[in-house]
Design a protein around this ligand. Structure first.
Ligand code: ZN
Length: 158
């Protein structure tokens, strides 16, 4: 999908949630508690309720978005960028584009999307992944005990 079509179709959080629900409805919901397949839709709770045992399943539960606090729109934008372009986007870049404060949840989201769409780390050039992870990992300085002065900034041993 081209970027203009994407933003026309998913301009806000609600449009993303509704699309996500549509896909889940097609897939079908299985109750975690009793295995029941029939559910009511609780509109005010954005949850499915099992017709048999009343157990509630949130829209995100059991999906890649489970336990994520990021908005549906974030997920849609990230999925769009990851799947519709040939470029690999670093988590840092997505974070910057979204204007999100924290890096870690964005990194985790991208990691999940990539694993779901079947892109393994090996499919990406190493240099791109180094760029991606640069802001996240603090690695051990291997020369610390050897009294070798570390280079500063990019390319530093740290
Ligand atoms: Zn049930």
């Amino acid at each position: 999908m081209r970027i203009l079509d994407f933003y026309k179709e998913y301009p806000d959080e609600l449009s993303c949630k509704l699309k996500f629900k549509e896909i889940r409805d097609q897939e079908g919901i299985t109750c975690k508690k009793c295995g029941g397949l029939a559910h009511y839709w609780k509109k005010d709770k954005w949850s499915y309720e099992c017709k048999k045992c009343k157990f509630r399943t949130s829209l995100r539960s059991g999906t890649v978005m489970q336990s994520s606090k990021l908005s549906f729109q974030y997920w849609f934008i990230a999925m769009h960028l990851i799947t519709s372009t040939k470029k690999s986007f670093s988590a840092k870049e997505i974070q910057r584009q979204l204007g999100h404060k924290r890096y870690e949840p964005i990194w985790a989201m991208m990691h999940k999307i990539k694993s779901v769409v079947g892109l393994r780390d090996a499919d990406y050039q190493l240099s791109k992944w180094i760029e991606l992870d640069e802001g996240f990992f603090e690695t051990v300085d291997i020369n610390r005990d050897k009294q070798v002065p570390a280079k500063r900034g990019r390319g530093s041993q740290k």
